[in-house]
Design a binder for this molecule. Structure first.
Ligand SMILES: [Zn+2]
Length: 688
């Protein structure tokens, strides 16, 4: 076997081996790669080390050694070797990606890791190296770890365009606010602007990922022509790309008060400044009480007998509460408090907060911790509990608990008590979002709610920026009519969409026009809905995609296409809370898959889980047997059967996709994590 002279050179500079010339001796290369391909990484590394003694500055040896040491998880070696590799080849895209990764491994600043990655893209001529993709994932992971996801959206978009594949973000990217994902593109440069030519140079630099250089040029332009909106908006893009969060906040704030920027765009920049600001302005202040109590058992009895509480028996919640107060031992009991607004059937209750009781420890007394939302008109039940508990001395939390981003208040759990306590319908959820949005206090308004400040002219711009931010959020239940209700509830004009069709093209002034467009109107043509759909997918607006799919599902002509149909039904299922309806929808999904000649196994298993979770075990059994007969070669069904037979343990059944997404992480009445707790699944298992 000999190395293909036309394969990319292992040094990663993008040239073919034949033309790279960094390999002096093809025999060495062949020997090393033979060992690697034979799975003998350690032997290959030994060989490389020998070769490096003779020729310490050989790029392909350093590159391969870095890669191998990464595989073997010898991070020290990786960091040293990749450092040497970069010193030797400062423009090599692989060396730059590796350096970015080394920064990540050493937990260096994300901006630095980003800078090396951008340099790597700038130098890349070929498709992205797998190492580069790993570097991106690592960078996104470190953003998540530092809770700095506000700027991550821009990166995800940039890489999805670059890598022409989905970036596997190590977090749920559909929860990201859209403000960063698709920034308002460069503001127009006046035709007679004296810096016009220099802006063309900036454009050429940003096109090739040289954002650092572009930034220097822009700063020079802004020194000569301060506060020009065009250069400022281009600077903002450079800062987003370089993950310079405080820079983004600063520039966005400048643009938001710039008289030469349109009102609409000023609101966008104001909202963006709020999104990236480190000042917690978008947090809703919580009520936090942490006190000594004399008798933990008495407190628990009291909480259990309170009709507004629900005891959370999961261990996770107890550990989370303990972490907040810095205890090693989990909380003794945790209660969720719901409001008592159940006056007639159909009313809903909303989660108000949690009360945790901690037992006595050698160095600590019994204690109680209350964390509650502070929505106006929604405080009585928690207040009542605080009063009824015989609280002793107030204690200090070692680090202040802060999980009050406003979206968590809007997405707090709401449940509908009834024969079986279940989740609530989307329309009811929308009403609650409107209520909470008007009444939740925000740091931005010095602890007052939008309703409390809406008549204050001096707060008007801030209020509109907040609402713009809200419209770009992915809060579930925030339908277009909910948005309208919020604006009219605050006596504000309802914002209009500037979306229009010119020829066959959709024209927008900004991404917000997509979000504000009412596509439920019957006048909107099928083809237009399709076009909006693909724009939405590009934008990454999960919330609006769900809404749009609900509309498309009702268009018979569109639903003739099985591929589109299965995509649409997938979204519709996620919004349906009625289990019988979910069951029907899964059948429709099955039919679409048959038409597409696609594997149906996953769908079958989902339906079976669905039936079983409704207690219809027999029906589930018959259904599965029937489908296995029909599709004996289906890979999912086969692997399901193998797993079940191999494990002989019912706990291994794949979880049925639940139609109820409870993102809050709370355990709610009727929404306990019942589906499949280890070893107690009620599913019928073939062969058991
Ligand atoms: Zn080479």
């Amino acid at each position: 076997m000999s190395i293909d002279q036309y394969a990319p050179c292992p040094c990663g500079n993008g040239k073919k081996v034949k033309f790279c010339k960094c390999v002096d001796n093809a025999q060495d290369l062949e020997k090393v790669y033979k060992l690697i391909q034979g799975g003998q990484a350690v032997a290959a590394l030994d060989r490389i080390n020998q070769l490096l003694q003779e020729a310490p500055n050989t790029a392909w040896l350093l590159a391969t050694k870095s890669e191998l040491s990464l595989q073997l998880q010898e991070f020290e070696v990786f960091i040293q070797t990749s450092e040497r590799f970069l010193q030797l080849k400062p423009d090599n895209p692989l060396a730059l990606s590796m350096k970015s990764m080394a920064v990540g491994i050493e937990r260096g600043p994300a901006e630095e890791a980003a800078r090396y990655l951008l340099d790597s893209f700038a130098e890349s001529r070929e498709d992205l190296h797998p190492i580069t993709l790993t570097s991106i994932t690592m960078l996104l992971g470190s953003l998540r770890a530092t809770g700095d996801l506000s700027v991550a959206g821009f990166w995800i978009n940039m890489f999805e365009n670059l890598a022409s594949e989905e970036v596997q973000a190590p977090f749920d990217k559909s929860s990201l606010n859209l403000l960063c994902r698709t920034p308002v593109t460069d503001l127009p440069i006046p035709r007679d602007a004296p810096y016009r030519e220099r802006m063309t140079e900036v454009g050429a630099l940003t096109k090739t990922f040289r954002y650092g250089q572009a930034e220097s040029k822009l700063r020079a332009i802004l020194r000569d022509f301060p506060d020009s909106p065009g250069p400022l908006s281009a600077l903002l893009i450079c800062q987003l790309a370089q993950l310079n969060r405080s820079g983004v906040a600063d520039t966005a704030r400048k643009l938001s008060v710039n008289k030469d920027v349109s009102e609409e765009n000023r609101l966008y920049y104001g909202a963006l400044a709020l999104e990236v600001s480190a000042d917690d302005e978008l947090h809703s202040p919580q009520r936090i009480r942490y006190h000594e109590i004399a008798d933990d058992e008495a407190a628990i009895q009291l909480l259990r007998s309170n009709s507004n509480t629900f005891e959370d028996n999961g261990d996770e919640g107890k550990r989370v509460q303990a972490a907040i107060v810095g205890d090693e031992v989990p909380a003794k009991c945790v209660f969720s408090v719901f409001d008592g607004s159940i006056r007639e059937p159909g009313d809903h209750v909303s989660h108000q907060g949690t009360v945790a009781v901690f037992g006595k420890q050698t160095d600590r007394p019994c204690r109680v911790l209350v964390l509650a939302s502070n929505v106006v008109g929604q405080r009585a039940e928690v207040d009542e509990i605080i009063e009824s508990l015989d609280l002793g001395a107030e204690l200090e939390l070692s680090k202040p608990a802060s999980f009050g981003f406003y979206t968590t208040v809007l997405e707090r759990a709401h449940v509908k008590p009834g024969e079986t306590i279940g989740p609530i319908e989307k329309s009811a959820q929308a009403k609650l979002v409107v209520r909470d949005c008007l009444n939740m206090p925000l740091n931005l308004f010095d602890g007052k709610s939008p309703l409390e400040i809406h008549e204050d002219e001096s707060q008007r711009f801030k209020l509109l920026c907040f609402l713009y931010h809200l419209e770009c959020s992915q809060v579930s239940g925030l339908t277009l009519s909910a948005v309208h209700d919020i604006y009219s509830g605050l006596d504000l004009e309802i914002p209009k969409s500037n979306l229009r069709i010119v020829g066959n093209e959709i024209k927008l002034d900004g991404p917000i026009d997509l979000l504000r467009f009412d596509f439920s109107s019957e006048d909107v043509e099928d083809q237009f809905l399709l076009a909006v759909y693909s724009e939405m997918v590009q934008l990454g607006s999960e919330r609006k995609i769900r809404e749009l799919c609900g509309v498309m599902y009702g268009r018979p002509e569109l639903m003739k296409d099985p591929e589109l149909r299965s995509m649409v039904i997938g979204q519709v299922i996620g919004q349906e809370s009625n289990p019988d309806r979910v069951s029907e929808l899964i059948d429709e999904l099955y039919d679409a898959a048959i038409e597409l000649k696609a594997p149906v196994g996953q769908i079958v298993l989902e339906k079976m889980g669905m039936l079983a979770s409704q207690g219809k075990d027999q029906e589930a059994q018959l259904y599965l047997v029937d489908k296995i007969k029909k599709h004996p070669d289906d890979p999912y069904l086969l692997s399901f059967l193998q797993r079940v037979q191999g494990m002989q343990q019912p706990g291994g059944v794949p979880p049925a996709a639940s139609p109820v997404a409870n993102d809050s992480g709370l355990v709610l009445p009727g929404n306990e994590p019942s589906a499949p707790a280890q070893g107690e699944s009620k599913l019928w298992i073939p062969g058991s």
